[in-house]
Ligand binder design. Sequence first.
Ligand SMILES: [Zn+2]
Length: 437
Amino acid sequence: MFKKITFTGLILFCLAMSVLAQRVQPQKVGKPVQLERPVKLNQAILVQDPVRMCVDRYPSTGNFPPRDNSQVQPPPRINADGTVPSVGVTRQPLAGETMKMWNPGQVIGVYLSTNNGSELIRQKVITYAKKWETIANIKFSFTNNINDAQIKVEFSDDNRSWSWIGRDVLFNPLGFYTMHFGWFDSNTKETEFKKTILHEFGHALGFIHEHQSPANNIQWNKPEVYKYYAGPPNNWSGIEVDINLFAKYNAGSTNSSRYDPKSIMHYSIDKGLTLDGFTVGVNYDFSPMDITFARQVYPFPFKPGNSSGLLQTGDDCDMVDFTVEYDVVASDKIEFILELGKRNNVAVTWWKQISIPLRNNRKQELWVQNHSLIASENLTWTNALINVNDLDKANGIAFWKAKAFGVHTLLGYRWNVLSALPGGSRVRLVWKNDSCR
Ligand SMILES: [Zn+2]
């Protein structure tokens, strides 16, 4: 009984789709569309039963720009002697990468139609869409200008929901809506908002239905399924059943290497349609595997540990400790710190300076000294925050110190490190030795 109710609506909808595809959204012929429909399984629970159906499953090929992973590349390594290898930048592997997924770190514009729905519903969409930002390195930027948005969301009361898949929305020259919510109203439960919005925005990020993962081993009771769908009012051919229920994605475009019945991208399965009584309940939230996989395909920037080591200017046994911390200041800035230090309990004295090259032949100079008899002229620690774009990365940091008779002397050594410093870094230099004692 339940399963008949469950699938009757779906089949009716499927049969209507060829009409809808022509009449409502003619540009979507050939476009992958995810269709969902809430189905009443019993009197107590209204269950969304998302099924991929009447969809061109075959992914577009060759049209997608390559994914750009530059946002998550680690910064170049800095050796302990301060040298920067000219090669050896490593890339983070991206397990399960698929063509339709966005670039890690990408900001995706989202427009929410104000034609239907309510402000409350739009706020729910924003709230739950942004949950994806916590597990995937992606940002949704909600805009009031539909032309600024790649994801264009409409609301309706037609009792169905769907979304285009990932970067398919880049091929939408006529500006059609790409996501559709059809059963939200003032009575919608919070759990219904949550699971539906998470699910549709999962499609928008390129995730497919988990039940079509090649990794699943659902023991469909195929004769029952064929029989059920062949009968009125559905009248599906065996091929239609094959395509919409049994066919699976190839491994290159699926969600994960392991089947995950707890995925937010899975739909519920009535046990009457499986041989072994296998059933899948309603998933209301990200599963642990959803979280793991989202982080794999949308990795957050690689955060290396600190780099540190010792610089030797070659003058008078100079020793300068350096430490580079990452992601500790604003991403468009780099902080430089210069300190007078000590070695074997002997403090470095007198005047020291570094000169950081900036564009247009400018410099940012940082100096420290402790020799003045006037306390206010002494400074054993100083810092500067410099815009990354102001740095002249073709040149190195220069070192100065007071030599005999206090003459401020430019040393020959240059620390060619600027090209290895990503925005957000803090570089600390502690001049701890300046004589060959
Ligand atoms: Zn779906």
